[in-house]
Design a protein around this ligand. Structure first.
Ligand SMILES: [Zn+2]
Length: 174
């Protein structure tokens, strides 16, 4: 309860599940006003437009959402890592990817603490928790509290927002 109050005090958002929700431990708290958020990697929107494809720009910089079952990674099961498509930061690992049947790549955990930032999102008439890259502030997707144990989280991420790199196949010597 104390943790919960503290997070409210700093303007962080929590999932609707309330004090029992795990994200407070997992996701860095964020100011809900995006215009005041400062990220380590700063680029102007003009720079992002040059660096990203129109589709990437729409999803990453305008919080767009790809249609379910259309992204390149929703059914990827290969071992590897997933980087932010905008800045290259490692955000997710295949070990934490699970089949959520929702049509988007789903992860139960982030690659390391504070890799992403959660922010309240009231758009489209829904109360959701948006997930941003903590390094560059780009939109990744949303996090829900209906994921598998032990985290109970489901990071529902746009394929457009991430780049997969397969783990180098190392010959096993016995
Ligand atoms: Zn990034």
């Amino acid at each position: 309860m104390k943790r919960c109050l503290l997070l409210f005090a700093v303007g962080a958002l929590l999932l609707a599940a309330g004090c029992g929700a795990a994200p407070a431990n997992r996701v860095a708290a964020a100011n809900t006003n995006s215009t005041t958020m400062k990220f380590p990697l700063q680029r102007t929107e003009a720079e992002w437009r040059k660096l990203l494809t129109p589709e990437q720009y729409h999803v990453l910089r305008e919080a767009g959402t790809e249609r379910p079952f259309t992204g390149k990674y929703w059914n990827t099961k290969e071992p590897g890592i997933y980087r932010c498509a905008a800045c290259g930061e490692i955000l997710f690992k295949s070990d934490d990817k699970f089949d959520s049947h929702c049509g988007w790549p789903s992860f139960s955990e982030i690659a390391a603490q504070k890799k992403v930032i959660a922010r309240e999102d009231d758009s489209h008439g829904m109360k959701r928790t948006e997930v941003l890259c903590a390094n560059c502030g780009s939109h990744l997707g949303h996090v829900f509290d209906d994921g598998p144990a032990p985290t109970g989280l489901r990071y529902c991420i746009n394929s457009t927002s991430i780049d997969f790199a397969a783990t180098n196949t190392v010959t096993e010597k016995k």
